[in-house]
Design a protein around this ligand. Sequence first.
Ligand code: VNL
Length: 392
Amino acid sequence: MLNRRTLIAAAGVALSCLAAIPAAAQETIKIGLILPMTGPFASTGRQVSAGAKTFMAMKGDTVAGKKIELVIRDDAGTADQTRRIAQELVVNDSAKVLAGFGLTPLAMAVAPVATQAKIPSVVMAAGTASITKASEYITRTSGTLPQYSLPVGTWAAANKIKKVVTLVSDYGPGIDAEKWFTKEFKAKGGEIVEAVRVPLANPDFAPFLQRVRDAKPDAVFVFLPSGAGSLFMKQFADRGLADAGIKLIATGDVTDDDILNSMGKPAIGTITGHFYATAHDSPENKAYVAAFKKANADMRPNFMSVGGFDGMALIYAALEKTKGDVTGPAFMAAVKGLSWTSPRGPVSIDPETRDIIQNIYIREVKDVNGELQNVEFQTFKDLKDPEKADAK
Ligand code: VNL
């Protein structure tokens, strides 16, 4: 029989249940990870998401008393999809942080959403310098093409290379790479004999490589987005450029560790500049590579995966600093000046630009015990993005 006491008790139980629901829901912070999981840049999506998951496998899924949930969405590498998914994640899924962004146009498409909704957005892959200027809610754990290209110019000028042809993908990061390699190489006495730009979509490098060959440079400096290096390397060999004595120098995007080992002999001797090599010798990287391979036995972690791993490291460190406050202004204030030891080496977030400050390594492709590796031999320490440093 229902008496007054049981009714009150029942109401009490109902109330505490009700109260428990929003409290529990508040404890989960959703991170919307938007990546090209299909299409021509699917390797980037695979690597970034594997790196982010490896971070959570190593460090757990709670920070500052909050549970972290990754929601991975595929934009197939199309900017209008990236923007639509970003809006859906914020409005329908209550995602509090957005992250990923495989290519520059995809990151740029999210900037207005980040600004309007005051949603912290972590660029884990794209590399055009201007991205972090598009919204004060954008920060980055990959790096910038000016950062990787300038040191290759320094190295080339110091190593008996006098004449260079540049060959880059004709969009943001390629234009940045061309500009900063050229600026540095010329300042150190080098000469650019030709600047070649190739289309981003479905490139056939053969006619462009013929132009490079005809210009008879000492070296060709190349930027292509991650994934495009295999076809380039094959055509470089087929067209006889190496036999003609033309040295290949590039950003590390071309000798990306995801595909490097399958490139074979033509890749050996290539000199590149970048922030991460699977072969980087440090305890942090050994632990990272082992944890990554445990979950992805068929993959080698490349620089994209480390952008994903460090994106999560940044999110966790910022939440620790704000004691779990994920609202835009508090989160972004916490991001500025963060520093940690990444698998790539020491990194920090520039408080003025929200871009990453990191070492850039000059590497040579070598056969190490039957596997091709980017072997680091020179370090440019704690580089800021030169594009923004220059603008000041
Ligand atoms: C970008 C830069 C994309 C470097 C990449 O691979 C890369 C970009 C997809 O900013 O679009 O390796």
